[in-house]
Design a protein around this ligand. Sequence first.
Ligand SMILES: Cc1cc2nc3c(=O)[nH]c(=O)nc-3n(C[C@H](O)[C@H](O)[C@H](O)COP(=O)(O)OP(=O)(O)OC[C@H]3O[C@@H](n4cnc5c(N)ncnc54)[C@H](O)[C@@H]3O)c2cc1C
Length: 340
Amino acid sequence: MHDQDIFDVTIIGGGPAGMYAAFYAGMREMKVKLIEGKHQLGGFLHTYSDKTIWDVGGLPPMKCAKLIDWLVQQAGTFEPTVVFNQSVDALTRLDNGVIALHTATGETHHTRSVIVAIGRGIAEVQKLELDSAHDFERSNLHYTVQNLNYFAGKNVLISGGGNTAVDWALELADVAHTVTVVHRQEAFRAMEHNVKQMKKKVKVLTPFQVERLYGNGERIDQVAICNKATGENIRLEVDEVIISHGYTSQTSNIARCGLVMNEGVISMNHLGETNISGVFTAGDCANREGKVRLIAGAFNDAIVAVNSAKIYVEPTADEMAYVSSHNELFREKNRDLKNG
Ligand SMILES: Cc1cc2nc3c(=O)[nH]c(=O)nc-3n(C[C@H](O)[C@H](O)[C@H](O)COP(=O)(O)OP(=O)(O)OC[C@H]3O[C@@H](n4cnc5c(N)ncnc54)[C@H](O)[C@@H]3O)c2cc1C
């Protein structure tokens, strides 16, 4: 192992906590690596990328997809090394104190410190458990709504009972020709006010679940639904089918590598330190009294964890980074912005 292969800090997870940590660690002039288990940065934000976000300090309301773009851009400011499609599974310490991170696909990454920012684990959309479903994913079976106008004038069936299903039903009610929501429980797991509105605006069938998709060529044209209580079967004519059955997320094995956990999340102190020296944590995977599980909370954790990691690798360093408004690191970048 050559010294140039050892990073000052390696951040595991490319959600808001990990991305902001990558930026801030660059501001602290650390050699940074960011390892993300999926093919893209953004973390859990991708699961609601079509929603409008209002509560990130100082930013105007914007589609979450846009916020992801901005976070990705900011994370790249100091050109960290970014690795995709590698899930960190284990951590060992070498005799010289360097930490080795091992991935599920067999790679090893060496680092002086680690920030675990794995959030809710690696999220995967919960797919419709019917053999034929996969065939229609390229046509009219959807797991997300990217563009409301695509559904204009169409007969849309939505399966699901959470906030996302209810939100889509409300938004599509004004756009689509008809919207039918089927949910296998009587009760929805969504905001009461929105459920009431939805029941006024669209057809709601409970406790029904999707039993079969009928396709004419490449597209679904009918969906059979079954009443879970009575066994009644109904066939509905559809143009588009939206499945909103939530996400599964696997808890990362890394969280089981000797890190002290509390109620499924990693315990940290006010400095973002875990029980393992040199290993810090930030974002939704971390816990301490007063922890805020919001994007803004993830940013705050990231700053604290990076400052602690910096002092860990360089004990004489300042406790905090110098502010960005008067920071020499940005002088040239500011000039470029002015001229650009
Ligand atoms: C439906 C919903 C709506 C929300 N709306 C808002 C809102 O309006 N405003 C707000 O402030 N907050 C909102 N939140 C909360 C916000 O999304 C979270 O606080 C934020 O995503 C936490 O960021 P994070 O980086 O800690 O984790 P995540 O966003 O979960 O990112 C973790 C990343 O780590 C990766 N990862 C996991 N394990 C590994 C591994 N072993 N190796 C490599 N990579 C790994 C994952 O793939 C993922 O990219 C919402 C949450 C939900 C569920």
